[in-house]
Write a protein that binds this ligand. Structure first.
Ligand SMILES: [Ca+2]
Ligand SMILES: [Ca+2]
Length: 206
């Protein structure tokens, strides 16, 4: 069931970052993350102890390469605090970047265009805080006016390895918000409950 969200917030402005450095950083980050995920899927048991990821959970949201559409991941923690592109560090939650489709992923260098096709946002949860977490997707901006299918994967890395979510979520149109999962974390770092009850997380700030 989709949650309809409104519109009218101001989009983030120019933060002054050098676009070429940003593009290179994003490219390297994307490659590193894909490599890390590949290692986990290839041989989780033997490789688990060899990957020094200082996090308890990793959430990846990926949509079609070269898509110009902008999908956002939102996570709400047990205290009700929200992680999103304007709040990229909240408590034990961290969002690596706001991937905006192809915006900021294309740069002209010496009359040639350099593009990073990757569309991915990554969240890490760096410790155990018990309670309910909600992971939502929001179709923020559309240049295609077409549905977007996103792949959501949630890995629990500690105290033991578990694939919590590995599924595709279709966002039918701009403005649609969907709850991927609610999960309740115990003091021991284990998931006690999991459901998909729709829960609105997205808010807008002017
Ligand atoms: Ca985004
Ligand atoms: Ca992108």
């Amino acid at each position: 069931m989709a949650i309809r969200a409104g519109s009218g917030r101001n989009r983030r402005g120019n933060n002054g970052a050098d676009p070429f450095s940003d593009l290179l950083f994003n490219s390297l980050l994307g490659i590193s993350l894909l490599f890390f995920i590949a290692i986990i899927f290839i041989n989780p048991k033997t490789k688990e102890g060899e990957v020094e990821i200082k996090a308890y959970f990793v959430i990846t949201v990926t949509w079609k390469d070269f898509s110009p559409d902008d999908i956002d991941v939102w996570v709400q923690d047990p205290l009700g605090k929200k992680l999103w592109y304007k709040q990229r560090e909240v408590g034990l939650l961290h969002l690596d970047r706001d991937d905006r489709g192809m915006d900021d992923d294309r740069l002209k260098v010496d009359d040639e265009f350099v593009e990073n096709p990757l569309n991915q946002e990554v969240v890490t949860i760096r410790g155990v805080y018990p309670g309910r977490y909600t992971v939502n997707l929001h179709y923020y901006k559309s240049k295609t006016d077409m549905p977007v299918e996103a792949t959501v994967r949630i890995f629990k890395l500690r105290p033991d390895y578990q694939v919590v979510v590995d599924e595709k979520v279709t966002l039918e149109s701009k403005g649609v918000e969907k709850t991927v999962v609610n999960f309740t974390l115990g003091l021991d770092g284990q998931i006690k409950k999991k459901d998909k009850i729709p829960r609105q997380v997205v808010v807008f700030s002017e």
